[in-house]
Design a protein around this ligand. Structure first.
Ligand SMILES: *Cc1c(COP(=O)(O)O)cnc(C)c1O
Length: 463
């Protein structure tokens, strides 16, 4: 291995393949270890400090449910690189597909000389996204880029300008998607002015809404805001995460999404599902909208779709997507052939590996652990989520005041013991669990044993 303390050292030529990575947690050094600390010094000198890192260890291999670092530590992965490596970080079929494609060609640009894998990914997404109407797909590279393109399509198809988003929404970090994202710090503060014609409505948040409020009532509350403050005939699209991600893994009350989709239909606005985090088996269905049979006009897909390679998509009703003139959509890298090859393998793995069922099994195991924890520990105010997208919201003694310091303390204690756990929520008081579906039950139990101990060790004073 190259000496990480030397600023001129290069990464080791070829790290070992992840196929034989032992599937167990292992602490060879304190965390972070000496090599990671040396690399972090170089990062601090060389990398923009605006780019933060959650876990200060440098990875060399990842696969199954484990991330191995430069010091030989093996961490249990409850983050999947933020819901990306759903099929696993080194799925053998994805590795083989990437190797084959990269040896044939890395890029021609689909807008110059097209290639079959792009078309095949479009066909597959047209098939697996909700609804059996005629669909078309365009490919991009990042989630934010796809969200922007969904808005472009919606505006072009409707001839309207207004975009409705929700409290606690997260849609990305580009100028338009910053405007659509709710949380100021760290996503928006100091980065304005933001794109116009973006309006925010209240979401359905069962843990914090008035007791007994139904999904339909929460939708009416949102519709009242939209009709009064935007005007129904001005709305190009309503963009919503069917389970909110960065905003706190907020699952709306049943009936909320169907009622909003119905309002869109009646008022000529497009219902756009941002399934960047929820899509492709993460919630135990192909898409989170499937849970209530909601059929969006446009679906935005990214994160989990390509086994870790950068790829995103907008899939939707053919006549809406095709409202845009030729040349109006695209990008140099959109639908890169290596990323498309990875996506074809990952999408196939969802079926061959039985990952929809695996996500549901993960939900049963993890929710069992989390409900048991909540029973013992009143600081766990809410247990929620679906499939392998689960969370606990942490609160103070009154049972409602957000407890972000507690969330940070528990996450830090878990990370020190080699479990990668992420926080989220507008108030930063939610611990979220997004394991790769390639993780074993044994590793999940080990990780939640560590988490239980982290809760016990983190004092009430960090509420
Ligand atoms: C991560 C995320 C995005 C942005 O995706 P990037 O690839 O980071 O641009 C958009 N929407 C949702 C719901 C996300 O979780």
């Amino acid at each position: 291995m190259a000496d990480p303390t030397s600023p001129t050292s290069r990464p080791a030529a070829a790290p070992a393949a992840a196929g034989d990575l032992p599937q167990s947690r292992h602490l060879a050094t304190e965390l972070p270890g000496p090599r990671s600390r040396a690399l972090m010094d170089r990062k601090t000198s060389a990398v923009a400090s605006g780019v933060g890192t959650t876990v200060p260890v440098f990875a060399v291999r990842a696969g199954g449910g484990v991330v191995e670092d430069v010091d030989g530590n093996r961490l249990v992965d409850l983050g999947s690189g933020i819901a990306v490596t759903t099929v696993g970080a080194s799925h053998p079929a994805v590795v083989a597909a990437v190797q084959e494609q990269v040896a044939a060609f890395t890029h021609t640009c689909f807008m110059v000389t097209p290639y079959e894998p792009y078309v095949a990914v479009a066909e597959k997404l047209n098939e697996v996204t909700p609804g059996d109407h005629a669909k078309k797909t365009a490919l991009f590279s990042s989630g934010a880029e796809a969200v922007e393109n969904a808005v472009k399509i919606a505006r072009h198809a409707t001839g309207r300008d207004a975009v409705v988003v929700f409290d606690h929404a997260y849609h990305g970090r580009t100028n338009l998607t910053m405007a659509m994202t709710a949380k100021a710090m760290p996503y928006k503060s100091g980065f304005g002015p933001f794109a116009g014609e973006v309006y925010r409505a209240p979401t359905s948040y069962p843990f914090r809404d008035p007791q007994g409020m139904t999904g339909e009532q929460a939708a009416q509350r949102a519709v009242r805001v939209i009709e009064a403050q935007v005007g129904a005939d001005q709305v190009a699209c309503v963009v919503i995460e069917p389970v909110q991600g960065e905003g706190g893994f907020i699952e709306p009350a049943p009936g909320f999404l169907p009622a909003l989709a119905a309002w869109c239909r009646e008022n000529g606005a497009l219902f756009v599902a941002d399934e960047v985090q929820t899509g492709v088996a993460r919630t135990g269905d192909w898409f989170a909208c499937d849970h209530e049979g909601v059929v969006p006009d446009l679906v935005v897909v990214a994160k989990g779709v390509a086994g870790g390679m950068p790829l995103s998509a907008v899939t939707g009703r053919a006549e809406l997507v095709d409202a845009v003139h030729t040349g109006g959509l695209g990008g140099t890298y959109g639908g890169n052939p290596v990323a498309c090859a990875a996506a074809l393998a990952a999408l196939e793995a969802v079926e061959t590996d039985g990952l929809l069922q695996r996500a549901r099994d993960v939900e049963v195991l993890v929710k069992g652990r989390l409900h048991a924890l909540a029973e013992r520990d009143p600081r766990v105010g809410d247990v929620r989520g679906r499939g392998a997208m689960l969370a606990v919201e942490l609160v103070g003694e009154d049972g409602t005041t957000p407890a972000p310091a507690l969330a940070a303390g528990v996450a830090a204690a878990a990370k020190a013991q080699g479990v990668i756990v992420l926080t989220c929520g507008t108030a930063g008081n939610v611990l979220r669990f997004l394991p790769p579906l390639s993780i074993s039950d044994e590793l999940l139990h080990d990780a939640f044993d560590v988490l239980d101990a982290a809760f016990a060790a983190t004092s009430a004073s960090t509420r």
